[in-house]
Write a protein that binds this ligand. Sequence first.
Ligand code: PLP
Length: 295
Amino acid sequence: MAWRYALMIDPAASEDPRTDFSGTFTVVDPTTPALSVGELSTQRGDGIFESIGVVNGHAQEVGPHLDRLAHSARLCDLPAPNREQWRQAILRAAAESRAEGEGVIKLILSRGVEHGPAPTAWVTAAQAPDNSAARTRGIRVVTLDRGYDSGAPARAPWLLLGAKTLSYAVNMAAIREAKRRGADDAIFVSSDGFVLEAPTASVVLRFGDRFVTPEPSGAILHGTTQMSLFDHLRELGRAVAYEQIRVEDLSGADAAWLLSSVRLAAPITSIDGVALPVDAELTASFTDYLLSPRD
Ligand code: PLP
């Protein structure tokens, strides 16, 4: 990752009415250490984050990312982020790191320093990796049991399954397991057989003329890219739906994609070794749409 810019934020209360938050930002060198050794984000993964795609200096889907940051903060009992302050920080990072091509802005809100008075917050901007092969050639995926049944989020909300927390070690382990099995990525399924999400992406399937994604329940993140693509498909007059999808339905899909803010739409070429047709033209139209400026 080529880091371009980093900003520490002094988090303001959510109701702080200021219109200019520039006094709460401190630019730091993204290549040198900036966090205390007592940071709970690094000690325990105790915090939340967002990854926002940037295309030619434009941060994509800022509103939906801020909505999800606020949702994750609620689930994790973190202070509600000041929406305007974070919005200004994102715009500053996008402007300061301005460059042609694709980038990624990360927002991080941590519980803070152990015994410390306040959360720690920062924003980084970096160059995005080259995702063109995944977007055009596609990816092989395997299904992996997440180990929870579909009642787990309601029964055990402390699992924080619907929050985008910094505790991604499990998600990274799932991708390593997928690679050990000869695939590129994974689709998590519940222990009672329902399709959930990928470790860093949402799942969208096409059955005939309908585009379907797993119902956003407390078990998965509601993907900003999937929501945006569904808006686009609706505008084109295509049918979209949130549904419960059983694992055995995957092999009946006419096409499938993993969707996320930086890799965008990666067509799936096989699931558990069973080939899936790739609609190259449709996928290219998704990529064109997802690379266009979106708010
Ligand atoms: N689900 C998980 C677990 C993720 O980590 C992500 C993205 O980071 C997504 C879904 C897709 O979300 P988005 O489209 O907002 O990037």
